[in-house]
Ligand binder design. Structure first.
Ligand code: TXA
Ligand code: MG
Length: 323
């Protein structure tokens, strides 16, 4: 196995079976895992994250054969989506089985299910043989962790063990597609884009948010660093800079171009031009900058091209705006 070894997996497995919390790498972000059939273990997730009990959890499974244990209805769309995107960064919201705990669903009649691709997550899920509930392994409203070190900073002693699977490849949370109602709706954009899903479904997706249930992450100031994040137009931060006062400094600017100028108190970070690489680095970059005492993190808005939707969504949330 590339990441970790069977000793670590066995240790994590023993903790899960004992009702303890285990942080695990997935290809999107690190998850805070617990036995999805153990209510006492699930309660620990909410306490560790300081997350309200009404916010539903995603249950991670080893493979599609387990879906019908948790979901009472598998619409036709599930098969082609599973073939195209699983294992991978897609979560499906499906009608739940009657026995499924309210702790997983936030009291709703649906459940979020995902089959992650990371080899350590897969190894743990296969050994466990049942569902692992895992929200992102951060405290409520914080940035999701994309390294084991970031999990340690977020949750430290609140988890029994942290499986270190290296930096997450995708870097942003999964795309959430709700298939539990009449029409499919994207509840959270991710690096699997709406148009990729439309291609597989061979029909347009509804983007209406009105019917969507309350979803944490759709409110303001979610996925946010402590330092104030300020978005500026990609035509350049010059008008923003001319309004700067000395007390705004030091600040850091995330750009995708060569830095426009040098100025005392301003640091530039050049981000990738490809959305996949930008997404991979974003949370880790924000997390590192958050510790450096900047008054502001200024982000030049990336292009509005296909493939950037999830990045725009998370940047708006980091800046504390409603989508
Ligand atoms: O990439 C990911 O999805 C990561 C990794 C660990 O798998 N997990 C993650 O979990 O981001 P969390 O709890 O931080 O975000 C899950 C989102 C929440 O916004 C939650 O409200 C939504 O999924 N969700 C879960 N079950 C739902 C349901 N039945 N109906 C509507 N939304 C649901
Ligand atoms: Mg989260």
């Amino acid at each position: 196995m590339k990441h970790g070894n069977s000793k670590q997996i066995n240790e994590a497995l023993a903790f899960l079976k004992a009702g303890e919390l285990v942080a695990l790498p997935t290809e999107t972000v690190y998850g805070l895992g617990a036995d999805a059939k153990n209510p006492a273990a699930l309660s620990k997730i909410f306490l560790a994250k300081e997350r309200p009990f009404t916010h539903p959890l995603i249950v991670h499974l080893a493979g599609p054969a387990q879906l019908s244990q948790w979901a009472s209805v598998l619409p036709q769309a599930v098969k082609p989506l599973a073939e195209a995107f699983w294992p991978g960064p897609l979560t499906l919201i499906l009608k739940k089985q009657p026995w499924v705990s309210d702790l997983l669903t936030g009291g709703q009649d649906s459940i979020g299910l995902r089959i992650p691709a990371h080899p350590m997550a897969q190894a743990l899920l296969q050994a466990f043989g049942s569902g692992i509930a895992a929200p992102s392994a951060n405290r409520f409203t914080h940035l999701s962790p994309t390294t084991a070190q970031a999990v340690r900073e977020e949750l430290g002693a609140k988890v029994a063990c942290i499986l270190d699977g290296g930096p997450c490849e995708v870097g942003l949370e999964s795309t959430i597609l709700d298939l539990s109602r009449d029409r499919p709706i994207i509840l959270r954009p991710g690096m699997i884009s709406a148009s990729e899903i439309e291609t597989v479904l061979q029909k347009p997706l509804s983007l209406s948010k009105e019917q969507a249930p309350h979803v944490p992450g759709s409110g303001p100031l979610h996925y946010a660093p402590e330092t104030q994040v300020h978005l500026v137009s990609s035509t350049g931060p010059s008008s923003f800079l001319s309004s700067l006062r000395p007390h705004d400094l030091p600040l850091v600017i995330l750009t995708q171009k060569k830095p426009a100028f040098e100025r005392e108190g301003i640091q530039w970070i050049v981000m990738a031009e490809q959305p996949q690489r930008y997404a991979q680095d974003l949370y880790q970059t924000l997390r590192a900058l958050d510790k450096q005492g900047f008054k502001k993190i200024v982000v030049e808005t990336p292009p509005h091209d296909p493939g950037w939707e999830a990045i725009h969504d998370r940047l708006r949330k980091a800046a504390g705006r409603r989508i």
